[in-house]
Design a protein around this ligand. Structure first.
Ligand code: NAP
Length: 300
């Protein structure tokens, strides 16, 4: 349990509600900043403004998936308050205070470092990325169904990248009866692609393998769908680019060639905000409990 541990949850979207629920279940003391317009009352959590928070008692700060902007602003859909987290807030916390964020940027890293506190980027973790690949895969299926006039069954699908997302997506399309090819650059990944019953493509041979593609799903955060590759694709091909912005597709050339190409960021939060929130909440609470045990061991 996290009885008495003071956690500040600052801003966010529907996913953060699951985090708050879990923290309440674990009996933490919770200050909610940037939630004044939230109708749902959480017994055991107190809504406060940033300026009213006594940071000297805060042992963990939970930021939204997006962390802060490059100016320190924290997004919240539950308030119009402009919330800017700065170095002085963090310096006022106890030395063992940890900052949890989905992703981070130079601003956040700099203020956490200057205050000599610990930063945990949850989305850098393998477990979070693998759990998140589930709603990402479901969102991808949804987009493909919505944007094609053929069944997935018997369609020709090319998946680029065979990491956490690529593997989940390949397995799902294969299970629905599609012909799945997967392009990767590492030999051990190509071997795994083969072992799982998909057709491996060496990434540098991609242009020679796309002439009959109905749907291409990119998970590689680098420009892999170049004009050279796109020129070999049929114009009927649908491209769903899942890779982080700006994606891996030459969107200008795709449009010129008449190929429908869509960048699809943030699918877990769109198609399954509750599950996406629970994924964050489960991992976060595990980390907080581990941290609490460590503190108690040090003190005993
Ligand atoms: P991952 O496990 O790191 O997999 C990335 C794959 O891309 C690996 O196969 C990797 O191969 C390959 N790759 C990376 N850089 C490459 C390069 N320069 N050239 C060739 N191959 C390269 O990442 P992930 O968790 O699957 O996530 C993939 C992308 O999707 C990320 O950009 C992530 O931010 C994004 N994402 C999007 C959503 C969404 O909703 N759209 C959801 C979750 C994740 P190697 O092993 O050879 O490096």
């Amino acid at each position: 349990m996290l009885t008495g541990k003071h956690v500040a949850v600052i801003g966010g979207d529907a996913r953060q509600l699951e985090v708050i629920r879990k923290l309440i279940e674990l009996d933490a003391k919770i200050s909610l900043i940037g939630f004044d317009q939230l109708d749902e009352g959480f017994v055991g959590a107190t809504k406060v403004q940033l300026s009213q928070v006594d940071f000297s008692t805060i042992e963990a700060i939970v930021l939204p998936v997006s962390g802060t902007s490059s100016e320190g602003e924290i997004e919240t859909i539950f308030s119009n308050e402009k919330i800017i987290l700065n170095e002085n807030h963090l310096k006022a916390t106890p030395k063992h205070c940890t900052v949890f964020s989905g992703i981070s940027n130079e601003y956040l890293k700099t203020i956490v470092q200057a205050a000599k506190r610990k930063l945990v980027e949850l989305f850098e973790r393998d477990d979070v990325a693998i759990y998140n690949s589930i709603p990402t895969m479901e969102g991808t299926l949804m987009m493909v169904i919505q944007n094609t006039d053929i069944t997935i069954h018997r369609s020709n699908i090319v998946i680029l990248g065979f990491g956490r997302v690529g593997m989940s997506v390949a397995r799902a399309f294969h299970a629905l009866g599609a012909n799945v090819k997967v392009a990767a650059r590492e030999n051990h990944l190509l071997a795994r692609v083969y072992e799982m019953g998909f057709q491996p493509i060496e990434l540098d041979q991609l242009a020679n393998e796309v002439s009959n593609t109905d749907v291409c799903i990119n998970t590689i955060p680098a420009r892999v769908l170049t004009a050279t590759v796109l020129a070999k694709m049929p114009t009927r091909c649908l491209i769903i680019d899942l890779a982080s912005k700006p994606g891996g597709t030459d969107f200008r050339y795709a449009e010129k060639r008449g190929i429908k190409a869509m960048l699809a960021p943030g699918l877990p939060g769109i198609v399954a905000p509750k599950t996406a929130g629970q994924i964050i909440a489960n991992v976060l609470s595990k980390l907080l409990l581990e941290e609490q045990n460590n503190i108690e061991e040090e003190q005993s």
